[in-house]
Design a binder for this molecule. Structure first.
Ligand SMILES: Nc1ncnc2c1ncn2[C@@H]1O[C@H](COP(=O)(O)OP(=O)(O)O)[C@@H](O)[C@H]1O
Ligand SMILES: [Mg+2]
Length: 350
């Protein structure tokens, strides 16, 4: 656990970047600091590993004041990833990743073996190990940055806009990769971003900052979307808040009809019971004239995915499938409406 206790940072020119911050960052989870530019996110982050020292208040790392730990020791237990990967340009990728192990005095063979293992872990081909940073794409460099931060297996990872400089497709895959890694590693991660969608996707907890280094709200993403604390947070969350909330409601529990048909429409399945499309009418299906369909995974998807599947189909119904994409049932509009009403609190749960 990382605890901010009444932390204020006043720079030499008088700028108050962070003002009396009180916040707890739980162990083993991702906490996202999000807010507009200049609201004190980076300053707050860097006070944890003492790249910046607080003017007032204190930061505790598992009950120990970080000011009582000398910076090199402190930073050995804290990985740090920044936007422009910060790789050493004249060092090979493998040696970049092994930077901290070398500093810790590991023998070269062990450090390199660890680096190779980490390259694989972050989804990079180990053939890249002998290259130099400029020979990698931006997205690959960011992965190397993450691998390097993880090299000495620190319990804490600080990430400052690590994916902001790459294109949206690469950013999405880096985000997915981080979530996958985190499900194995369970680090205490503080992740800074100005992108609220990224915050909602990655955060177990989201801390919304406003300019002046004030905390506007701390909540899990579903609560943030459902109950923004004030107009600032609501505005920052942006449009489609209602729909986006549904991403956090499991589809599991929807009423599913096992019959692959609804009045006027039926689902045509292949021999493996995978849906091929909707067919109108009740006669024999013309396989060349099937209508589009949407599916969702009943066990693993959200209500939002189910709604999306329904909206894609001419029948207005969503097709539920299992993890292998096989038909498990049809969800009617009425069943969806009832689930939506329950999810949004429009009717009581009964
Ligand atoms: N070294 C510095 N000296 C003076 N002011 C600074 C310094 N670093 C940051 N600031 C100011 O502190 C505020 C917070 O900055 P920062 O923590 O970088 O915000 P963010 O990461 O949210 O964009 C901003 O007003 C910024 O201009
Ligand atoms: Mg910043």
């Amino acid at each position: 656990m990382i605890t901010f206790e009444g932390v204020t940072k006043r720079y030499d020119d008088g700028t108050v970047a962070v003002d009396n911050l009180n916040l707890q960052v739980p162990t083993g989870a991702i906490t996202v600091f999000v807010g507009p530019s200049g609201c004190g996110k980076t300053t707050s982050l860097r006070m944890i590993n003492r790249m910046i020292d607080a003017t007032e208040g204190r930061i505790l790392l598992d009950d120990e004041d970080v000011r009582a730990i000398d910076p090199p020791t402190l930073r050995r237990g804290i990985g740090y990833v920044i936007q422009q990967s910060g790789l050493f340009p004249h060092r090979k990728i493998v040696d970049n990743v092994a930077t901290v192990p070398y500093l810790l005095g590991w023998d070269k063979k062990k450090a390199r073996a660890r680096a190779m293992e980490l390259l694989e872990r972050v989804g990079l081909d180990t053939k890249l190990a002998e290259r130099y940073p400029f020979q990698l794409s931006g997205g690959q460099q960011q992965r190397v940055g993450v691998a390097r931060a993880l090299a000495a297996d620190p319990p804490v990872l600080l990430m400052d806009e690590p994916f902001s400089a790459v294109d949206p497709v690469v950013r999405t895959s880096l985000q997915d990769e981080l979530l996958r890694l985190q499900s194995e590693l369970r680090k205490t991660i503080v992740f800074v971003t100005h992108d609220i969608d990224e915050a909602i996707k990655l955060g177990d907890t989201v801390a919304v900052f406003r300019v002046g280094g004030h905390l506007a709200q701390v909540a899990d993403p579903a609560t943030l979307l459902a109950e923004p604390a004030d107009d600032f947070v609501e505005g920052f969350l942006g449009k489609d808040r209602g729909i986006r909330r549904l991403s956090f409601v499991p589809a599991r529990g929807l009423a599913v009809r096992s019959e692959p048909a609804v009045p006027g429409w039926k689902v045509v399945l292949d021999d493996d019971r995978r849906p091929l499309g909707w067919s109108s009418g009740n006669g024999a299906a013309d396989v060349d004239r099937l209508m589009p369909f949407g599916t969702f995974d009943l066990e693993n998807d959200s209500l939002r995915a189910a709604l999306d599947a329904a909206l894609l189909a001419p029948s207005g119904c969503a097709i539920a499938v299992d993890g292998e994409g096989r038909f498990t049932g049809v969800v009617t509009r009425q069943a969806l409406d009832e689930a939506l009403a329950r999810a949004t609190g429009a009717v009581s749960d009964g």
